[in-house]
Design a binder for this molecule. Structure first.
Ligand SMILES: Cc1cc2nc3c(=O)[nH]c(=O)nc-3n(C[C@H](O)[C@H](O)[C@H](O)COP(=O)(O)OP(=O)(O)OC[C@H]3O[C@@H](n4cnc5c(N)ncnc54)[C@H](O)[C@@H]3O)c2cc1C
Length: 494
């Protein structure tokens, strides 16, 4: 069988890739070796930037809003037990600079990964993605025209021929290993045991604290739906021992506790030294394994990889952009992963299990979520002198950063304008004329100051909502200037 893009791996990164590609009308097939999602949820919080991406594909209404406290992330405390004495409070992520600025039309999403994956999968299928569960990729090879994979479901192995392959096959990524792509980072840190259980403990969540470092026991947190997870040191536990640990962590022995499952997982940190090789792209944990304990970047960054890649593949497959556009995936997403790696170790994990925080400048959460800078050939005017991330109001519409949010009418944000295609933002008839000539959508926005523009300026925004280029004033030849900027940043074929 033939497909434009084959995605290997049906975790959050792979499923998001299939979803975003299908939403853009790309013919996509996904293979996942397991029949469904792991019963052990991992990620439980998705930031508001991911909320924006899901809002664009029509999923926002189906997702519960994050429990994170505004500006502070999840609150975490050291405690004797859940019901017992509480000691010092540390933050999962450093307190963001509290201000009245609203950065996004979306709130974060608070849903456990084992519920999130099926939601994304169903939506991807609804949009036309061919998702094949219980199907494993056995081998692959690429040539100048495409990638050939041998996969196997219930029956005999068969061949899939694809134009491109996205390896979202997890932190061990057999695809990455076969390609010989090395990784850089802290590496293996430790192994943890965890037990997932259900217990009626909702009353202990009223003060907004959602994570508990329990002295002498381990780390206790909740998925917000009645399920709790207790992380313990790595050794074998009998069921009575697990129950005893749970009771000790809660500090009550009179509750009904249902053990759902147990898990064993390793914490490690590493970023691939290349995010692509020919027609194959790494996404999610295959590209970067980022420990969840300090910042919760892992899955969020993976979903954003998929989003960055999807519009570029759609443009190249659709013939609007030259294949060189795909080189900007590594140029844009690898520095973000490396920055996340640095920021994870600059943050406190609450109990310094993996050593003291590193001495790197702490970057505000809102800057990490809404203010990372892309420097690549798909951006004009983002020089090496600029910092890797800042708050949106500090960027003020800088090319290479996410176009800022401002409400243009009740319920409609500027962010909602920038998801499908290339958009020129301005408020001037000559720019409107230029946009028509250049073949980009024109959007009249009055609040040009948040884009760093005068009343005669214009910003060109990419299909992923990042500013590609801007002209702060009206040039002599707006049409020619815009056409050049568009052709250059989109690697345009027209
Ligand atoms: C305890 C814990 C808590 C976490 N909390 C958070 C959090 O709060 N926020 C956050 O953002 N992140 C968190 N993370 C990290 C997050 O879970 C991961 O970043 C995310 O799951 C990675 O998704 P992925 O799709 O890249 O990889 P995976 O979920 O590992 O998916 C890879 C998939 O590829 C499949 N596969 C592999 N090889 C093949 C093959 N040959 N053929 C077919 N299928 C194949 C596998 O079966 C697997 O389903 C947490 C992680 C852990 C362990």
């Amino acid at each position: 069988m033939k497909t434009s893009v084959l995605v290997v791996g049906g975790g959050l990164a792979g499923t998001s890739a299939a979803l975003f590609l299908a939403w853009r009308g790309v013919d996509v097939t996904l293979v996942e070796k397991h029949p469904g999602s792991s019963p052990h949820p991992r990620a439980v919080g998705f930031n508001a930037r991911v909320g924006e991406l899901l809002r664009a594909v029509g999923l926002e209404g189906e997702l519960p809003v994050s429990r994170m406290t505004k500006g502070f992330g999840v609150r975490r405390v050291r405690a004797e037990s859940l019901v017992g004495k509480k000691f010092d409070e540390t933050f999962w992520t450093p307190p963001a600079q509290l201000s009245d600025i609203e950065y996004s039309p979306s709130k974060g999403v608070g849903v456990a990964q084992d519920k999130m994956e099926p939601l994304l999968r169903d939506k991807a299928r609804e949009l036309g993605a061919d998702i094949r569960m219980s199907t494993r990729m056995l081998e692959f090879a690429q040539d100048d025209e495409g990638v050939t994979a041998i996969v196997q479901g219930d029956g005999e192995p068969y061949e899939i021929r694809a134009g491109y392959l996205i390896a979202a096959d997890g932190h061990r990524s057999p695809v990455r290993e076969q390609l010989g792509i090395t990784r850089t980072g802290r590496g293996f840190m430790h192994t943890s045991r965890s037990v997932l259980f259900r217990a009626p403990l909702q009353e202990y969540l009223k003060d907004g604290i959602g994570q508990f470092v329990i002295d002498g026991v381990g780390f206790l947190t909740t998925y917000g739906d009645g399920r709790w997870v207790l992380m313990l040191d790595d050794r074998e536990y009998t069921e009575p021992e697990l129950r005893q640990k749970i009771v000790q962590a809660i500090g009550r022995d009179d509750l009904e506790i249902e053990i759902i499952t147990t898990g064993r997982w390793t914490i490690s940190a590493a970023v691939a030294d290349q995010f692509s090789a020919g027609r194959i792209f790494l996404a999610g944990d295959a590209a970067h394994t980022l420990p969840p304990s300090r910042g919760g970047f892992g899955a969020n960054v993976g979903i954003e990889d998929a989003h960055n890649l999807a519009w570029k593949l759609a443009a190249v497959i659709g013939g609007e952009s030259r294949p060189s556009l795909l080189d900007t995936y590594d140029a844009e997403r690898r520095p973000v992963a490396t920055l996340c790696h640095q920021q994870i170790f600059a943050r406190n994990d609450g109990h310094n299990r993996d050593g003291e925080p590193e001495d790197a400048p702490l970057i505000d959460n809102n800057a990490m979520h809404f203010g990372v800078l892309y420097r690549s050939d798909a951006v004009l005017g983002a020089g090496p002198e600029l910092p890797p991330a800042q708050l949106p109001e500090q960027w003020n519409g800088q090319p290479g950063t996410r176009a800022p949010h401002v409400w243009i009418e009740p319920g409609k944000s500027t962010v909602d304008l920038f998801q499908r295609g290339w958009v020129l933002v301005a408020d001037h008839p000559q720019w409107e004329e230029a946009a028509g000539q250049a073949g980009v959508q024109y959007e009249r926005v009055e609040q040009l100051d948040v884009f760093g523009l005068s009343a005669k300026g214009a910003s060109l925004v990419r299909p992923d909502g990042y500013v590609a280029w801007r002209s702060t004033d009206l040039p002599d030849d707006p049409t020619g200037t815009l056409k050049n900027a568009f052709s250059s940043s989109s690697a345009g074929t027209r």
